[in-house]
Design a protein. Structure first.
Length: 175
């Protein structure tokens, strides 16, 4: 074990990075849970745990973790990442209206957060709100002009995001 194995922020960050890069679900969940055990009052640990659980395909637990992170630090400057992760997890649960609320909260804190724009495009498309989906998709391309669904998938962490990806396609983002 390295000297940082007892630092919940380091563990939480390592768990998220590993989830994106390696995909060893058991190890990443273990790291995320260890970060929580070391500091159960850490926004970073709970948010990191949420991202790990979302990436490994456990969106219900991800939402619970993000909710806890938000309660821990309701004015945290990085809160938009928790709301963005929550929006993505809610889409995978088919809770599109709630995903829109979370995505909009993320954008209020960071208007150029492409994850939130993608989440809104997908959620709106699933709800048949085509004009809203197109507007959100336009914002995705405004923030990230080179965005394509295939490049986004290739960047990792999206293998369990089937409904999210389906919604991006329905919103007519470039393949």
């Amino acid at each position: 074990m390295s000297t940082n194995d007892n630092d919940p922020h380091t563990l939480a960050s390592a768990a998220v990075i590993s989830a994106f890069m390696v995909g060893d679900c058991e190890s990443e969940i273990e790291m995320a849970n260890r970060a929580i055990a070391l500091n159960p009052n850490s926004y970073v640990a709970w948010s990191g745990r949420g991202h790990v659980y979302r990436i490994v395909g456990l969106p219900e637990e991800a939402v619970r973790s993000f909710e806890r992170a938000i309660r821990m630090s309701p004015v945290d400057p990085g809160l938009y990442t928790a709301y963005g992760g929550m929006a993505r997890a809610l889409i995978e649960l088919g809770r599109f209206d709630e995903a829109i609320v979370a995505g909009k909260k993320a954008l209020r804190q960071n208007p150029s957060f492409s994850v939130a724009h993608c989440s809104l495009a997908s959620a709106f498309a699933h709800l048949g709100r085509d004009a809203d989906a197109r507007e959100a998709a336009a914002h995705v391309l405004e923030v990230d002009p080179a965005f394509t669904i295939s490049a986004w998938i290739a960047r990792g962490g999206h293998s369990n995001a089937k409904l999210l990806i389906e919604g991006l396609r329905k919103a007519r983002l470039p393949e």
